[in-house]
Design a binder for this molecule. Structure first.
Ligand SMILES: Cc1ncc(C[n+]2csc(CCOP(=O)(O)OP(=O)(O)O)c2C)c(N)n1
Length: 808
């Protein structure tokens, strides 16, 4: 132990540090104990606490510097408190779900207690100086879900250290030459999850400054470690990862959760190594316990033996810490007497109680204000006789309620307004206006920041059309993409492109051909086959001011990453109420190639799981390039699905590569027509284009619309304008039935009111419900073909006018 070694610090400072650690351990423990009570007495809904993990986190926090990042989980309250990123009051405000970001800065009440985050953006959504604060990326609940992002947070330091182009003023707010460490934490049982292994392997390969702690308390809820981990020990299971003189890998350290001195020594060693040499380190903290059990959902007596329960008591880390302090030295260098320690623990209890009470008062005050303003309005209505006096009792109960919920206030107001149907009164108008205003506030409280609300949101990026020379050459789609990437890599020094086969060979479709040679393997690089952590790598780097474009080789393999996209990336802005962002762009390609696992188009699944991201489905590579160019100017995460059959298709080469920017959420009409509106996107859109002349020959006039992006969808409601002319609608895609077509139908018929303009039932044409079969015939019989499109349109016309279009 040297950071708090009396020789290094001087005895008095050393003593103060130890005693302040002791007090903070007591504060954190008391917060856990009171937190549980708050849940059990009904003041908060659910509780999961960090009791038993205090000492290890205090030791870790000593080495956590400004600029560093945490990616952890719900047990880390002591760590957050120790780095000054969480007050006890804010901790309780989180538990109560206080929706004011000034009071509950972690998630403004959106995440359950114990889910931590720092505010890394200012109120305008712009980056703060992250090197001057201690950072925590926002937690998520799925076990091991914090791991993929951790990889990117750590890799960012390596990128910043090794790329001199980033040692400029512009990037100083993100990194001081890569000196920052990314700290991860996980419970022993969650190491069973795939993302843990994928992340550790990648970190070992990449040699990034990561300090990964496993808090090993022997259980995952009730399931013991021997049913979770090979050899019943994560450090033993990972022994092959240990670096040697010849072979880089991990430094693996073990320590015990109750041994203060050894914990301090271990973390000092671990973090120095990671910071100076960029070596990943695993710290296996053994013999940790859980004094209150897993969470408020149940008691641990159900699955822990009496011996285990007894052991947990004798090995409680705070009790052990106390023993250590008392035994330190009995002479003039004694640290504290038992009375002094008890006094600290009493002070801790008092302080926590006070903070908890303040948090509760603020939480209830906020809702009380709403109750009182409603009381004013409803009393007026009751007095004038417009509102039944039976509402008085409910109103009284609301005002008296010492544990009010906002929904009770709303529900009463809405029931009152419903009961006033048909009545005329100024007070009724006041009530109605009050409710509208409160609904707006509720939108801000519970539904804002699904997407960026900064000046860099996609809607604010001015669009620029591609320009062409009169004799513009025709080039393969992949060349257009490649040359556009070249311009982007020149323009944005913080842009990185990576993925499987993306580096040396420039992508399986050659759209990055030669770019690694030009820009180096720090900017354009290969990764292992690990889709989930390719995304995590991107999320973490994007959270640290880099602009990653993560390549997923084929759309079919996005499924390996869909969990982390959905749970982590798509929720970053929302779950922090605009406190963090990760403007990661994901580039993939799909819809149509060969067979069961190279032709998927699971667009319904994607758009339904990725609200909070944008999803672009360009029909060609000029369109794709235009979307990348827009997204690079914006600060939002997005997925761009290039059409697989477009790499070798000729397109006109624009002159303003890297500059033209296409708007998202705008439909492009490709033909004018009066009989039927045909809506499609991506690869099937190109089939629709080919079907047009055939339909024309059959005497059918079709208006073909390319939706171009599914999220957002037709923001100016252009499709309904087309329906006003044609009164007929057919949607074509190659997802399964009721996949993306169901979403598109809802948008057009319900949101845009398109049903009103239809003369007959809207139709969809999608792929078969099975995965597509192999070969050209497999494709023809599994997916919509040009023949299918022509015949479907004809069938609709024939139904409407059998005379002109006799049955085929
Ligand atoms: C993907 C996923 N599966 C299951 C759960 C439910 N769950 C929450 S915590 C937990 C146990 C975690 O145990 P461990 O990793 O040892 O951490 P501890 O809670 O003991 O600190 C489980 C199964 C979850 N949150 N996410």
């Amino acid at each position: 132990m040297s950071s708090n070694n009396e020789a290094t610090l001087g005895f008095e400072d050393f003593k103060q540090e130890v005693l302040s650690d002791y007090k903070l351990a007591c504060i954190s423990r008391e917060a856990s104990l009171l937190g549980r009570k708050e849940v059990l007495t009904g003041k908060a809904k659910f509780g999961i606490f960090g009791d038993g993990k205090e000492l290890a986190q205090l030791a870790l926090a000593k080495n956590f510097k400004p600029g560093d990042f945490r990616s952890g989980y719900y047990r880390d309250q002591t760590w957050m408190m120790a780095i000054g990123a969480l007050s006890v009051q804010a901790y309780f405000s989180g538990l109560y779900a206080h929706t004011d970001v000034a009071v509950e800065p972690q998630s403004a009440g959106r995440q359950m207690g114990g889910h931590f985050a720092t505010r890394n953006l200012d109120e305008h959504g712009q980056w703060k100086n992250l090197t001057q604060q201690k950072n925590s990326s926002a937690d998520i609940s799925p076990t091991a879900g914090q791991m993929p992002r951790l990889l990117g947070l750590a890799l960012a330091s390596k990128v910043y250290r090794n790329n001199p182009a980033l040692h400029t003023e512009e990037f100083q707010q993100f990194s001081i030459q890569g000196n920052e460490v990314a700290f991860g934490s996980i419970g022993d049982a969650s190491t069973s999850e795939g993302p843990f292994w994928e992340t550790l392997n990648a970190a070992g390969v990449l040699q990034v400054p990561m300090v990964m702690s496993v808090w090993d308390d022997g259980y995952g809820i009730s399931v013991p470690r021997e049913l979770q981990t090979t050899k019943n020990s994560i450090s033993e299971a990972l022994a092959g990862f240990q670096r040697t003189a010849e072979n880089p890998g991990f430094e693996i350290l073990t320590t015990k959760g109750w041994d203060y001195a050894h914990l301090c020594q271990t973390y000092e060693k671990a973090v120095n190594l990671a910071r100076t040499e960029h070596v990943p380190v695993l710290v296996h903290v053994q013999e940790v316990n859980q004094p209150q059990g897993h969470s408020t959902s149940g008691s641990h007596e159900r699955y822990k033996s009496t011996e285990r329960m007894e052991w947990e008591k004798t090995h409680d880390c705070i009790a052990k810490f106390k023993e250590w302090i008392l035994a330190f030295d009995k002479g003039p260098t004694a640290l504290a007497t038992i009375e002094e320690l008890d006094q600290l623990s009493e002070q801790a209890k008092e302080e926590v109680k006070e903070s908890k009470n303040k948090a509760w008062a603020l939480f209830t005050e906020d809702i009380k204000q709403d109750s009182l303003s409603l009381e004013g309005i409803l009393s007026g209505l009751i007095q004038e006789g417009t509102l039944s006096s039976s509402f008085q009792a409910e109103l009284d109960a609301l005002i008296k309620n010492r544990e009010p919920q906002r929904k009770d206030v709303f529900s009463l107001a809405r029931r009152a307004l419903r009961s006033l149907r048909g009545a005329e009164s100024t007070n009724k108008t006041v009530l109605s206006q009050w409710l509208s205003k409160k609904k707006e506030e509720s939108h801000d409280r519970y539904s804002s920041y699904l997407y960026s609300e900064s000046n860099k949101q996609i809607g604010n990026i001015p669009s620029i059309e591609p320009t062409y020379d009169t004799d513009a050459p025709m080039e393969d789609g992949r060349i257009i993409l490649r040359e556009n990437y070249r311009k982007l890599l020149e323009k944005y020094p913080n842009l990185l492109v990576f993925g499987e086969d993306a580096g040396k060979i420039g992508g399986v479709n050659q759209s990055l051909e030669g770019l690694q040679e030009t820009f180096g393997d720090l900017r354009v690089f290969d990764t292992g086959i690990r889709e989930c952590t390719i995304i995590g790598q991107g999320i973490g780097m994007a959270m640290r001011g880099l602009r990653p474009i993560a390549e997923i080789q084929y759309l079919d393999y996005l499924l390996y990453a869909i969990q982390i996209l959905s749970d982590d990336l798509a929720t970053v802005q929302y779950r922090t109420k605009g406190g963090q962002k990760a403007p990661l762009i994901i580039s993939t390609r799909g819809h149509r190639l060969e067979g069961v696992w190279h032709s998927g188009s699971p667009m319904g699944m994607i758009i339904n799981s990725l609200r909070g991201m944008h999803v672009c489905v360009p029909r060609n590579m000029t369109k794709a390039a235009g979307f990348y160019n827009t997204l690079m100017e914006a600060d939002e995460p997005a997925l761009v699905i290039e059409p697989l059959n477009g790499y070798r298709t000729k397109e006109k080469m624009p002159t303003n590569l890297g500059e033209f920017k296409l708007p998202l959420g705008q439909v492009e009409p490709l033909s004018e027509g009066s009989d039927l509106t045909l809506v499609s996107y991506g690869s099937t859109l190109n089939l629709c284009i080919q079907a047009l002349p055939v339909l024309e020959e059959l005497g059918i006039s079709v208006e073909l619309l390319d939706v171009q992006t599914l999220l957002p969808f037709d923001l100016s409601h252009d499709i309904v304008k087309s329906l006003q002319k044609t009164n007929r609608l057919l949607i074509v895609d190659e997802d399964v039935s009721a996949g993306a077509t169901a979403y598109i139908l809802e948008k057009i018929l319900v949101e845009q009111g398109g049903y009103y303009h239809l003369d007959e039932a809207p139709q969809t044409l999608s792929a078969k419900d099975h995965r597509p079969a192999y070969g050209s015939d497999g494709d023809y019989f599994s997916k919509p073909s040009i023949d299918d499109i022509v015949e479907k349109v004809y069938e609709m016309m024939s139904k409407a006018n059998p005379g002109a279009f006799p049955t085929l």
